[in-house]
Design a protein around this ligand. Sequence first.
Ligand SMILES: [Zn+2]
Length: 423
Amino acid sequence: MIDRVEAMTDEMVAFARALVAIPTVNPPGENYAACAELIGARLAEFDYEVAYVTADGFAEHSERYPRVNVIGELRGVPGAPRGATVGPRLHFNGHFDVVPAGEGWTVDPFAAVVRDGKLYGRGSTDQKAGIAASIFAIEAIRREDVRLAGAIEQSGTVDEESGGFAGMAYLAERGYISRERTDFVIITEPLNVDRVCLGHRGVYWFEVATLGRIAHGSMPFLGISAIGKMADFISAIERELKPALSTRVTAMPVEPAEARRPSININSITGGQPASGFQTPCVADRCEAIFDRRFLIEEPVERVREEIHAILRAMAARDADFRYEMKDLMTVHPAQTDAKSQLVSTMAGAVRDILGAEPPLIASPGTYDQKHVMRLGHVDQCIAYGPGLLHMAHQPDEYCRIDHLVDASKAMALTAMRLVGAH
Ligand SMILES: [Zn+2]
């Protein structure tokens, strides 16, 4: 069966190229329907029952940019819930949206160029190669006429790069991914072919606005500078919050290791008159900044929020001119699958058998759709494993090595056999 995967290399690369050649750029979410249909057509050809799940009712869903997900179940195994006579259900998921190409490319980001054993293009690593790898892993099993005792599903979903709400979250909310029917989920994100990813940290985005009082720029003492107040808040973060954060370390095996401590980043800041515009002399009466706080699985989200509120309250208590507004923008809870679970040990064993070395079990500093599988679908065995190199994601000249694509597909095929194969 491993040889069968190897023999399908050209077919697999051709399919990955076809996926990369569809610019599914998010935002705004271009060509989702076309990409879903390409995946759906291939699944149908490989004997899956295919359904398209459109997330209407979302602000980002529109006639021009429809949010179309695709899900397929391999035929030949009766689709019955767990507890019935069939074995476990294994679900492979990959997102097919990609971030904008950006600057600095030496190849056309959507030409799907193959050169020196690498497939180049936006989304090659993150994560269209992953979708090709899992589809051909199962196809190798099917072409070998191996009988399966359980069920296999594959999905291609949208909007992972913008939170996955119309994608994997929607499938989980609609019951396609749920504890009642789904035993194992493998998300084919690029965490390197030789590593298995158990989960990810949490994210808390918030916005703080400081409020000042406008005055003539030649007499700033008559006003209150909102920008100055924001500077005070930022220096409080530097002086008070950052040292506290640096003392906390997670037990999760986050890679890179620097990300085992929580962090805070200022994502944007705007105040006063737009810098690009014609200026008149004024004291800025409003300044807004957006903060990205990454938190550990050991940090309760209420504490993460309260820490920020406490700093702001203390500043207002010290300084009568410090007035502010604070708003939550987004919270993503951390997620982690037990390292001793059947899914992790089976996947790790398969990677070891293909590559000849024990794969490190890691966790991701950034978030991906695992949170939706675990938090909304309540499926407790979910991992990320895929062929791309993590450091290539979102880069110019993004590529996926073809030997990694094939090796990942082999490891996925072995994993599927061991989890749902007939014994
Ligand atoms: Zn991704």
